[in-house]
Design a protein around this ligand. Structure first.
Ligand SMILES: [Fe+2]
Length: 361
């Protein structure tokens, strides 16, 4: 059978290093998306202490032998999950040296020449999304995002395919495996606290999304090159995460913007923290008590931004996600219809296509 050879998409890194001063039209966002769009460093400068800011939750209290201290910690996390749906967590107990190594090996991979990274290119046309990639234009406008990425499954270990992970730098695999294990412990802790926040048993949410065997952790390393016109481009367009929880680590370059209280608010960089998003899956299970917030990534002129996002996802088809019966009452009827994770993703894509179709071009 003849196979069609698809040209590789152009990498944003190659484009950025070509010395261009204006960005190609595919990267220019429509007027309707340009509210508070700007250089991430300028937006971060505007952040002032009187305005709303992503909350910081200290998890240390949850390890306390004192029940009242633990309860206070759960309460803080619950408030952040209800109000923002996103928070910085500190005292997560992942060794900080390990986090620095994760940053080093990820940067080490992206420091390789583009030709070398192409050996790991994913094959989106055939459905293999693991590997090195860039967004393909999937709508009529051909809209693209200012980033390249590396995507692969990191947990459970027996479901990973190491042949799709970077082999360079040579300690990439060892460091990433170790990080996955440590982060998995934090996932359980967060789910347990969030369950308690809803008045449920500690293990409830974890069980509902697949537990140790079925819950998948997918890592996406986002590489955002410097952009000559950050006021026109987005690294990642506005979306809510479909996951249960998403963990985000960065190289301390700002860029994440949250849509809170009718305004775009940039997230500050908090040393030694991880940022956590409540994803759609927990919004559904909690019947909307925890929220999945709209967010996007800005780019900037001065520094490359790298972020490591780990999406914790339920299995695609074996679990039907719906508001937990304990949280559905006459006063709070179910806000979401039952759907598998796969159906939820399809529903979102369908809705988006409809919106693209009906919105003025
Ligand atoms: Fe996201």
């Amino acid at each position: 059978m003849p196979t069609e050879i698809m040209p590789l998409p152009e990498r944003v890194e190659s484009l950025a290093s070509s010395g261009l001063t204006t960005i190609p039209k595919e990267y220019v966002r429509p007027e309707s998306e340009r509210d508070s769009l700007g250089d991430a460093f300028d937006e971060a400068m505007k952040l002032n202490s009187s305005g709303p800011q992503v909350p910081v939750v200290d998890l240390a209290g949850f390890d306390s032998p004192d029940e009242a201290v633990r309860a206070k910690c759960v309460e803080e996390l619950k408030k952040a999950a209800e109000d923002w749906g996103v928070m910085h967590i500190v005292n997560h107990r992942i060794p900080l040296e390990l986090i620095d190594r994760v940053r080093e090996v990820g940067k080490g991979f992206f420091d390789l020449p583009v030709e070398q990274k192409e050996k790991y290119a994913n094959d989106q046309a055939s459905g293999e999304i693991q590997g090195y990639g860039s967004k393909l234009a999937n709508n009529e406008s051909g809209q693209l995002e200012w980033e390249d990425y590396y995507f692969h499954l990191i947990f459970p270990e027996e479901k990973t395919n190491l042949s799709l992970w970077p082999k360079e730098p040579e300690d990439y695999i060892e460091v990433t495996k170790e990080f996955a294990k440590e982060l998995r412990v934090v996932v359980t802790k967060m789910l347990s606290m969030l369950s308690q926040g809803l008045g449920l048993e500690s293990g409830k949410l974890e069980k509902e999304i697949g537990g140790m065997e079925e819950l998948l952790m997918q890592m996406k390393i986002n590489y955002y090159p410097k952009c000559p016109q950050p006021e026109l481009a987005l690294g990642v367009e506005a979306h809510t995460d479909v996951s249960s929880l998403t963990f985000l680590l960065t190289n301390m370059v700002p860029g994440l913007q949250l849509y809170y209280g009718g305004k775009w608010v940039i997230a500050q960089c908090v040393p030694d923290s991880l940022l956590v998003h409540i994803g759609d899956t927990l919004e559904i299970l909690s019947n909307g008590r925890y929220r999945s917030i709209l967010h996007r990534s800005l780019v900037n002129k001065e520094r490359v931004r790298i972020s490591w996002a780990v999406f914790c996802e339920p299995p695609k088809e074996t679990i039907v996600l719906k508001p937990l019966p304990e949280l559905v009452t006459e006063a709070a009827p179910a806000k979401f219809p039952p759907r598998t994770f796969k159906q939820h993703i399809q529903h979102k894509l369908f809705k988006k296509t409809q919106e693209d179709f009906t919105s003025p071009k």
